[in-house]
Write a protein that binds this ligand. Structure first.
Ligand code: AMP
Length: 508
């Protein structure tokens, strides 16, 4: 029988003096660790008053704000399972999440209160509260009169702390169940690996409905007793202006390409920063190099996912290699297996990335069969394809489902993208497979070129011909202004596949 709250006890143990700032607002003003305890205490009392019991889900779809962060802490303290939802989700999508997760409380934006109440009534969700981006709404009004003292509900390492629905591009979204220890062990490992201490000030510009901004960024700061500048969203100019007051940034690759567009990004402007982390999507080797040329700093790329938290990281000391995601983190085992036979592959061979460790989730919410099918001898099958090189660095080659099979040959999109991206006049590219009568799938390149580039489809064909095997050559090249991306900066290949699905129907 456990008598402490596994995750929150660790936050408490790491807390500096209560008058130390935890959050700085970019426009001025701050919230201290003491404020975090007081507000989360009131909110936890409110949750209990609204009928939230240990193990109940608390679903939250609100804009990023300091109060929203306190809601997360309150849910942990109340022994609830925190379930944040992307603010981009529409009402029909929310309906699915609420009916699947059956939360005791749904916290929504004031704008959708009427619809949310109707949905909650229909689905039997116990109560609905609202929270606006400025911290106003029924939630804070109701909590205002409640005591700040709250005795944290005991939770053991294996109890659930959160459910995050995977951004699932195919099929139903799945709720990844993360335990208190999944969250705690991963954040402690990262804190130490990336050397976070009380002296750190993180520029926090990620959303907090996703593992990166919530369980990586916020948890690390709380477990370091450090501070963060809490930006409602990423703005390259603002981010650059904040750097002299900060020590670190965690971002998705688009943060870095946008920072590179700022002429003010220099060695001097970044001199106070000790660490730039990138993840959630592949960072182009070219971005890594350009950033290093301009600032003298090597971006540290890491690899993780909703179901596992972080798995690998480039080293803090030592060579941060562009185009790789570094080494398995302490305590994490990572192996590459053959997608056909399941056998463990040798160095440099491409296969399925599988991971095992205290970071790996407990399973998908109410999907025991799906969960079982995603594990292989105790290892979680990430769905990513990659290899480990002779020096032990892990390389990601793409998502398994993005693999293109053309005429029976496997084409790894990243290899073709790498060749195209290296051409002068190309900004970036996405290689996809589209239905093709003769080949099954036709390799297709969707390319963004620089504004003044005169590059043609024929140019790309001619240049790639000598560099890649014939079957890897794109059958068609489509030029676009931008690649579709989700909020975490990931290129949405499913959107591209859908948009161009009939491309070869006429030519095949
Ligand atoms: P999510 O669950 O939304 O965090 O997405 C996880 C997926 O993002 C992984 O399975 C990878 O496909 C991708 N991903 C995360 N970090 C990286 C990285 N550094 N390089 C390439 N892909 C990444």
């Amino acid at each position: 029988m456990t008598d402490t709250n596994h995750l929150f006890a660790a936050f408490r143990a790491a807390m500096p003096a209560l008058d130390t700032p935890l959050v700085y607002h970019p426009g001025g003003g701050q919230e201290t660790y003491g404020d975090a305890l007081a507000l989360s205490g009131r909110l936890a009392n409110l949750m209990v008053a609204r009928g939230v019991k240990p193990g109940d889900r608390v679903a939250v779809q609100v804009e990023k704000s300091w109060t929203a962060l306190a809601v997360y802490l309150a849910a942990v303290r109340a022994g609830a399972v925190y379930l944040p939802l992307n603010t981009a989700y529409t009402l029909p999508e929310i309906e699915y999440f609420l009916s699947d997760a059956e939360p005791a409380l749904f916290l929504c934006r004031p704008e959708i209160e009427t619809e949310a109440r109707a949905l909650a009534g229909r689905l039997g969700v116990g109560s609905v509260e609202t929270l606006g981006s400025e911290g106003t709404g029924s939630l804070t009004e109701a909590a205002a009169g409640l005591p700040e003292d709250f005795s944290d509900v005991p939770r053991g390492p294996e109890d659930l702390g959160g459910i995050l629905y995977t951004s699932g591009t195919t099929g139903r979204a799945k709720g990844a169940m993360l335990t208190h220890d999944n969250l705690l062990s991963n954040a402690l490992t990262l804190r130490d690996y990336w050397r976070f201490t009380r002296d750190d000030v993180l520029i926090h510009a990620l959303p907090i409905f996703h593992t990166h901004g919530l369980f990586v960024a916020s948890n690390i700061i709380l477990l370091s007793g450090a501070r963060m500048i809490f930006c409602p969203k990423f703005d390259a100019r603002e981010c650059l202006a904040l750097m002299p007051k900060a020590t670190s940034l965690m971002g998705v690759p688009t943060f870095y390409t946008r920072l590179l567009d700022q002429s003010g990004l220099t060695r001097e402007a970044t001199a106070h920063m000790r660490l730039f982390v990138s993840g959630s999507a592949p960072l182009l080797a070219e971005t890594h190099r350009a950033f290093r040329d301009r600032t003298g700093q090597a971006i540290l790329e890491r690899y993780g996912m909703t179901e596992t938290g972080m798995n690998t990281s480039n080293p803090y000391d030592g060579d941060r290699r562009a185009g790789t995601v570094g080494f398995p983190l302490p305590g994490v085992s990572l192996r590459i297996t053959s997608p056909e036979t399941g056998a463990v592959l040798a160095d440099d061979e491409i296969g399925s990335i599988e991971v095992k460790g205290p970071n790996v989730f407990k399973g998908y919410w109410r999907m025991p069969e799906k969960t079982a099918s995603e594990f292989h001898d105790g290892f979680f099958i990430t769905g990513d394809l990659g290899k480990i090189d002779g020096d032990g660095y892990v390389h990601i080659v793409g998502r398994g489902k993005d693999l293109v099979i053309t005429g029976g040959f496997n084409v790894y999109p990243k290899e073709v993208e790498g060749e195209i991206d290296a051409l002068p006049g190309v900004v970036e590219s996405a290689v996809i497979g589209l239905p093709h009568k003769d080949f099954g799938e036709g390799v297709t390149a969707v390319v963004v070129k620089a504004r003044d580039a005169s590059l043609t489809e024929a140019d790309i064909h001619t240049t790639l011909e000598g560099r890649l095997a014939r079957f890897k050559l794109p059958k068609r090249v489509i030029f676009v202004d931008d690649l579709p991306r989700n909020t975490m900066g990931k290129v949405q290949k499913n959107v591209l596949r859908d948009t161009y699905k009939d491309l070869y129907r006429t030519v095949a």
